[in-house]
Design a protein around this ligand. Sequence first.
Ligand SMILES: Cc1cc2nc3c(=O)[nH]c(=O)nc-3n(C[C@H](O)[C@H](O)[C@H](O)COP(=O)(O)OP(=O)(O)OC[C@H]3O[C@@H](n4cnc5c(N)ncnc54)[C@H](O)[C@@H]3O)c2cc1C
Length: 347
Amino acid sequence: MNIAIIGAGMSAAAAVTVLKQQGCQVSVFEKSRGPGGRMSSKRALAGSLDLGAQYFTARHDDFVAQVESWRKQGLVQIWPMQPWVFENSVLSRSDDQQVRYVGTSTMHQMLVPLFEGVDCHYQCKINELSFITSNVSSHSHGQWQLCSEQGECYGGFDALLLTSPPQQSRQLLTGAPILSQIPTDALLPCWAVLLELATPTGVKMDAIFVKDGSAGWIARQSTKPGRQSARLRDVADAPEQWVLHFTADFSARELEASAERLSELAAAELSRVLGRTVDVAAALCHRWLYASYNPALAPCGVLFDRKMQLALAGDWALGGRVENAWLAGKMAAEKLLELRDQSGGAR
Ligand SMILES: Cc1cc2nc3c(=O)[nH]c(=O)nc-3n(C[C@H](O)[C@H](O)[C@H](O)COP(=O)(O)OP(=O)(O)OC[C@H]3O[C@@H](n4cnc5c(N)ncnc54)[C@H](O)[C@@H]3O)c2cc1C
């Protein structure tokens, strides 16, 4: 069975793992330069920077086992942090005992081996899909063809899995019967800002959940294991780097704001929460149009259209977060394997 997957984030990686184990041929199409999706880290002089997912948790037995395996391979470590909470203008230590993991040395490190040996097409944004049907010995069978923004077409796929944000998948599946099941506003935006300070704050906190104001999350990058580059590891006065995520409401209101404005707002917010002035040396802003799950929606589950040999999955299908992306990718692969089992393994 020959399967095409759009996206190379956590859900696609989980699907690829199951499909490869079952002997399927898999081709992956990803618009970015490599795997990671919303878990991507940026490489910088001071090491790797996490502008998307900050950590992940593991609650489901299957994912706990998977994380343990990654830990043994050195791809994941526990982030030994104790979060703080900023609420009603008061900063207090949280008694939260949640175990939090990070990929090392980049957040998406564990995805890299999962895509090894797979036919991956990076920097390949798919902008057109066709399902071409034919009647063979009284039952109808179709094949998917994918065409990229660059005008290249790839065909002959027995099944298709989309792991792109649902808002983007809707555009690719205009007119398809499954369209009515794809949520319209499942993922909300987030502005992420990295602030590198010229003078240290001296604050020892690792991460802060901000409950009032325009930020939702503030974390000190260097407190994560494996983040600092070898070049800076011995330098005692490596610059302090703080990552700040603005809330979904604020990010939606400021969607078109300039990097300059966002850097200033982020510095003001960091200063307000820490209760001291901050001296910013450099800033980096990243806009995620589709970041985190909309808590007002009930998750729709993994979507599957048997007739069209089509599945849609991602964190959004199960309520957001890295763990749900992995679980959803696995479920989608199992659904697609039903197609092969029903056709007697002929495909
Ligand atoms: C700012 C931010 C903070 C977060 N914090 C946390 C956290 O602390 N803990 C946690 O558990 N989760 C967090 N998350 C959520 C977590 O990152 C996601 O749950 C997870 O990475 C989703 O994986 P996915 O495979 O479902 O989707 P994605 O990672 O979004 O993968 C989809 C992929 O599809 C690609 N794509 C889209 N359209 C096309 C196309 N037309 N052609 C080709 N490729 C395409 C995209 O480039 C992307 O790589 C955060 C996310 C963000 C953005």
